[in-house]
Design a protein around this ligand. Structure first.
Ligand SMILES: Cc1cc2nc3c(=O)[nH]c(=O)nc-3n(C[C@H](O)[C@H](O)[C@H](O)COP(=O)(O)OP(=O)(O)OC[C@H]3O[C@@H](n4cnc5c(N)ncnc54)[C@H](O)[C@@H]3O)c2cc1C
Length: 412
């Protein structure tokens, strides 16, 4: 029995970074909408907790004061000045951002924050003047009803809710119910990664400049082990591998992870006196390495629901937020035109994917590394090349400028 009805022009399912960002920009444009999430916030999400410059680019567009007033002095956020890459032969190459000239803001290319805190930071900005935010409301069924959607959800008290909407924005992550309702595309193992995360305290050998660390272990291509520093001496430690290789080699990811933590010659010494804060927890990563159609009659998909994780780095928070920004603008266009057919969204995918092209091409080149034994050799040779160091030092300025000063242009 349905007890409650909501009629809304626009419904966002999911209030993770992609859904919350969509809501925040709709509010900025003065567009009323409803946003639901199954979880009670603050909530955790299995992730590496690394925030790249795309995140800051979007926040900057929302309100330039945010980065200065809310991030820089926030003890839940940690500034990271670069990355340490450890190749299969154990050699570490560090990419450290040079000190900014005196008088320039201390802006780093990376930050970390636990998702428990980062997602709460975003969700707290959802504005009730324009957004009807319903946490603890799980969408269970979605049906097309003429030119609209009939969405059935349940709240924490088990009460049923029916939401009718013209435009549905699927922001409900990797296990998206929106995706299922428009025709589940299943997992394509070549474009998907299996991962594990475990929080630790007291990992030794961390860099004083909070470099994030990526280790590419020997004989395990298309996988990476990472240690991302967090505030309070904690670290987010994880391991991920392209699912096609997990299946082909019948790997048990948890066993591999434990071997890396406790037996690997380069990693194990660093964990000897450290303390795990939880059991390893698994989650999937839908990679953007194959273009998909992320729009249709009456709907748009954003973030993990649209498989938008950068296939090489595994970063999906920033791309999720950028897709939310773009989706909000396409929604505005649809509402002005009073049209919700697929035609009005036809350039949505182009606008999303043009920002991922470099990442996709690096991944495709890595996939061409055959036979796989050449993979380790190639990585050992490439990572320490002085040209890469020079490129990092030369390019990081431009990245910061793009993030903090350049418009996110949308060509409709
Ligand atoms: C181990 C690991 C490490 C990673 N490391 C990084 C990293 O360091 N940096 C980075 O940028 N990315 C990283 N990622 C990827 C990143 O976590 C995701 O890309 C990101 O969370 C996508 O955001 P989203 O808003 O699309 O989805 P999510 O964050 O998954 O949010 C989806 C929301 O939808 C809600 N929801 C789900 N189903 C329903 C339903 N039926 N009804 C209502 N609500 C629903 C959920 O409660 C959730 O709040 C990592 C991922 C993994 C697994």
């Amino acid at each position: 029995m349905t007890n409650n009805h909501i009629q809304t022009e626009l419904l966002i399912v999911g209030a993770g970074p992609a859904g919350a960002t969509t809501s925040l920009f709709l509010t900025k444009m003065g567009i009323p909408h409803t946003i639901v999430d199954a979880a009670k916030f603050p909530r955790d999400k299995i992730c590496g907790d690394g925030l790249d410059l795309k995140v800051f680019r979007v926040l900057q567009h929302l309100d330039p004061e945010i980065t200065v007033a809310e991030v820089f002095d926030n003890q839940d956020f940690l500034q990271s000045w670069g990355a340490r890459i450890i190749t299969p032969n154990g050699r570490a190459t560090e990419f450290v951002q040079p000190e900014p000239p005196a008088g320039e803001p201390l802006r780093s290319v990376l930050w970390t924050a636990k998702r428990l805190h980062f997602d709460q930071f975003l969700v707290k900005k959802i504005d009730s003047r324009f957004a009807n935010f319903l946490p603890e409301t799980k969408v269970e069924k979605i049906e097309r009803d003429g030119n609209a959607w009939r969405v059935q959800a349940k709240n924490a008290d088990g009460e049923e809710l029916e939401i009718n909407t013209r435009l549905l924005i699927g922001a409900d992550g990797d296990h998206s119910v929106v995706l299922r309702s428009i025709g589940e595309r299943g997992i394509e193992r070549r474009h998907y990664a299996g991962t594990l995360r475990q929080y630790w305290r007291g990992v030794s050998g961390m860099h004083p400049k909070n470099l994030i660390e990526v280790y590419l272990p020997k004989g395990l291509p298309l996988s990476y082990f990472y240690i991302f520093p967090l505030p309070n001496g904690e670290a987010n430690v994880g391991y991920g591998m392209v699912s096609e290789l997990i299946a082909k080699n019948k790997y048990n990811l948890k066993d591999l992870f434990k071997k890396l933590l406790y037996e690997d010659p380069y990693m194990a010494p660093r964990f000897r006196d450290a303390e795990p804060l939880e059991e390893p927890i698994g989650w999937g990563i839908p990679l953007a390495s194959r273009r998909r159609k992320n729009f249709g009659d009456g709907y748009l998909l954003v973030g993990d629901a649209a498989s938008l994780v950068c296939p090489t780095s595994g970063e999906g928070i920033g791309t999720g937020m950028i897709s939310g920004y773009i989706a909000a603008h396409f929604a505005q266009k649809a509402l002005i035109a009073k049209r919700f057919d697929a035609g009005i969204f036809q350039n949505y995918d182009r606008e999303v994917y043009r920002r991922l092209e470099d990442e996709i091409s690096v991944f495709q080149n890595l996939m061409r590394f055959q036979p796989w034994r050449l993979y380790d050799m190639g990585i050992n040779l490439i990572a320490p090349l002085p040209a890469l160091q020079k490129a990092f030092k030369r390019l990081h300025h431009g990245w910061l400028e793009t993030a903090f000063e350049k418009e996110i242009e949308i060509n409709f």
